[in-house]
Design a protein around this ligand. Sequence first.
Ligand SMILES: Nc1ncnc2c1ncn2[C@@H]1O[C@H](COP(=O)(O)OP(=O)(O)O)[C@@H](O)[C@H]1O
Ligand SMILES: [Mg+2]
Length: 242
Amino acid sequence: MSAVLSTHGLIARYGDFQALHGVDLELHAGESVALIGANGAGKSTVLRSVMGLLPVAPEMVRLAGRPVGGIAPHRMVSEGVAIVPEGRRLFRGMSVVDNLRVAIDQAARAGARGDWTLERLYQLFPVLKQKARAPVQSLSGGQQQMVAIGRALLCQPRLLLCDEISLGLAPKVIREIYAVLPEIRAAGTALIVVEQDVGLAQSASDRLYCMLEGRITLTGRSTDIARAAIDEAYFGVRHAVA
Ligand SMILES: Nc1ncnc2c1ncn2[C@@H]1O[C@H](COP(=O)(O)OP(=O)(O)O)[C@@H](O)[C@H]1O
Ligand SMILES: [Mg+2]
């Protein structure tokens, strides 16, 4: 069976600066893959390239084998791809439910179909039901992250891209948020989880890719990779192991 997503020599630029130097990764249905690496390694750029937020060549991104690189983000939504972007990017000044309705409308326009409804989302994150009418900026950071995840799920993705969903949150809240990922996968949705916390990334994924300066420096099954190998791939230097 062909991969849900594959990238092939993925290259991305910001003006003259080349941020990705040939990234190859693949992901199968219901699989969770972690993308780790230091600040500036290119993790968000990979997600943006897949989502159609950066211009890339068609052959560099494939969904179920079909070249889709560079097509517009709303068309990627039609193709079953959604992103929880770095920094959440919620619509401030709008209520929680109105933020979520934007995604429902977007999915309807895109012809994306699936099982996610407001009710099902409220079962996943009950606090969002209580806060449905509240302005989104009045919510805690963790609750805002739940809205951002909810908004992505209501796009009915088969592939969900999560960019540092734990950033700035308390450990208890991070556990709460990561606890929903298995339920999302159970519906057959594949996940790419960009994460700075290596332990968290390992526990939340089947496989892991480590990036350094726009390249993949290590890949393997998350439970099999030794921490020393990760450190080396992450920092690009050999660390003394006690
Ligand atoms: N909008 C941008 N304009 C110019 N350079 C950028 C932009 N966004 C990211 N970069 C650069 O691209 C590289 C990869 O960035 P990014 O993908 O955001 O890294 P990560 O998500 O791993 O922290 C970094 O060197 C960063 O400075
Ligand atoms: Mg980033």
